[in-house]
Design a protein. Sequence first.
Length: 193
Amino acid sequence: MIDFVEGTLASKSPSQAVVLVGGMGVKGNISLATYDELPPVGEAVKLWTHLQLREDDLTLFAFATQEERWMFLHLITVNGVGPKLAMVALSAARSDAIRRAIIEGDSDRLKSIPRIGTKIAERIVLELKKKLSEESPSFDTGVASKSDEILQAVSALCALGFTRAEAEKSVDGAVKRGGKGVEELVKLSLRMS
């Protein structure tokens, strides 16, 4: 129904984000993974969404990436896993780590997620293992997630001795100065530090 919401980030907390769209604030429940990817309040954001319709309730779930939403939609198909538990899982582990655990049949790794016990972990593996190993979707990264160039530039700075936090801050500064491409981002970051 609502594929994504794009606008200005009006507010954020570790469990919810409000996006200003055409004079209206759209509130979505988010995971900690999405919270980590959100830009500062007042900046442009695009969140992929899933609208949960119940008899007397409409709940919007929002995700920084299509991959995270895809994992959420698979998790909620498992008997005993509702939207709240799926969000807890995506807050405790990244979607690619959850997918890997399911494909590898590693229910112990899933049990380490809060509120997921042995039965639910085994049920998730049983119901999703074949489906997830057969699917290999490609996703649009969206506005909220970091591009490969930025991640490569951060990795290059880390290899040169920067801490992860210093590298991310330097690369963000280089992006704001108009840097494009890994090489240019690294050079600008080195000049600024």
